[in-house]
Design a binder for this molecule. Sequence first.
Ligand SMILES: [Mg+2]
Length: 191
Amino acid sequence: MLNRPRIIIDLDHVVYDFVLTFAEWLSQNRALGSLNVPSAMRKYTSWGFHDNWGMSKGEWMRWWRLGIEADYIYRQGELIPGARDAVWRLNDAEWHVILATNRLNVFGMHDKIVESSVAWLRDKNIPYRELLFTTDKKKVLADAIVDDVHANMDELVHGREFLFPSNHNSDHYVGSFEKREAWEGIVNDLV
Ligand SMILES: [Mg+2]
């Protein structure tokens, strides 16, 4: 019987570019104010990126819900650079890939969120053996984890922790090149 090592891979900001997709959604709806998509991406520095974009939390939440309903958020949107190759390399090296996300946090939208998520993963050809919608990754045993939020990780539960770089967890703008390199470094460490 195979006893593959288990790796938890977060979706948002690690495989799926949530902020870029949100910026594109707002831009299409002329809701980004004076910003365009590239300037919005450079301006975002915190988890509450609506503040960076001069948008109230309520207004942001309204656009979030509308984007999910319109089959845009979680259904459309870009991969994080390097993510697909990285997940395939881990999968091919016999890592048991567990995609884990806390996306079921918009009331009344759970069916849409699940449908859009699995359809997007299929479109983007991301391999996985488990897909978890969970509010607490610290209750899921693994040998490694990749996440953009340090609070989601615990080395006693997850073995090796890899904090994936994003504007909101570093002191500078994290561009495509740096993200691609980050994924490459993680895989080179594990394969
Ligand atoms: Mg995340």
